[in-house]
Write a protein that binds this ligand. Structure first.
Ligand code: SF4
Length: 247
């Protein structure tokens, strides 16, 4: 890539990054270490904002702004690649542009529209209930609180946080497999369960940066920091990464 040399030009050694977070420096307090992590997390966001337009990441196909479309797309996206999700969502939204029209579709119609997303029959039943629930319980509007979102059929914590952050701009961190893997590799958290990753990131990421963390990190994970053989030499945040667990 033409931009690699610019991205990696100021990369310090891996040991200096570790020193930066206070490994072996007993005099650093937990608060000071947390501040150092916060400063590094902020620099990671700024670097990824610059890189995002240059990354050919499928996550860029996902809708932005409209709460209903973001919610439905997030439900569809579970265990499904983003290009497949985006095409299925386009077909579905052509017939169901709002919760009311979604509620009027039969699950069999929905499953035909969203095939071949993963678990399309189950998701079709959930989406049918989701449309009816939004109309019956929320006056046809997607709720904007985590408590209300979690009451909706098919909505777990990840989907709820995607809606809160990407539709309503709230400080919420949606943790999927990319976010968990890369946040650990970067050395910002040491976690295995998504809820631990979410809480760990919430402690160090300034609220103003939380809403975009998922989208930026997913874009990085889809293009460069892949599960196997991450492409560290061309990574835009290599100079800020501890590369934990990377051979
Ligand atoms: S690609 Fe390498 S340098 Fe970049 S975030 Fe992943 S592990 Fe870190």
């Amino acid at each position: 890539m033409w931009f690699c040399s610019r991205w990696v030009s100021s990369r310090p050694s891996r040991s200096s990054v570790s020193d930066d977070v206070g490994k072996g420096n007993g005099f650093l307090t937990a608060i000071a270490q947390s501040r150092i992590l916060t400063r590094r997390a902020r620099r990671i966001v700024l670097a990824l904002r610059r890189a995002y337009p240059l990354l050919d990441a499928p996550v860029r196909l996902m809708p932005r702004g409209n709460p209903y479309r973001i919610l439905v797309s997030a439900v569809l996206s579970t265990r499904t690649q983003d290009p497949v999700t985006a095409s299925a969502a386009r077909r579905l939204f052509a017939l169901a542009p709002d919760p009311g029209s979604l509620a009027r579709l039969r699950p069999t119609q929905i499953s035909q529209l969203i095939y071949p997303v993963g678990f399309y029959r189950t998701k079709a039943r959930l989406l049918s209930r989701l449309g009816r629930s939004i109309c019956a319980e929320n006056g046809g509007r997607v709720p904007d609180s985590i408590e209300e979102l979690l009451k909706l059929p098919g909505v777990g914590r990840k989907v709820a946080n995607i809606v809160l952050s990407q539709a309503f701009g709230r400080p919420a961190i949606a943790v999927d497999t990319h976010v968990r893997r890369i946040s650990n590799r970067l050395g910002l958290v040491s976690t295995t369960r998504p809820i631990e990753t979410e809480r760990g990131l919430a402690r160090i990421l300034p609220t103003a940066y939380q809403a975009e963390w998922n989208r930026l990190i997913v874009a990085l994970g889809q293009t460069i920091c892949r599960p196997a053989r991450p492409r560290c030499p061309v990574c835009p945040v290599r100079h800020l990464c501890e590369q934990r667990g990377v051979a």
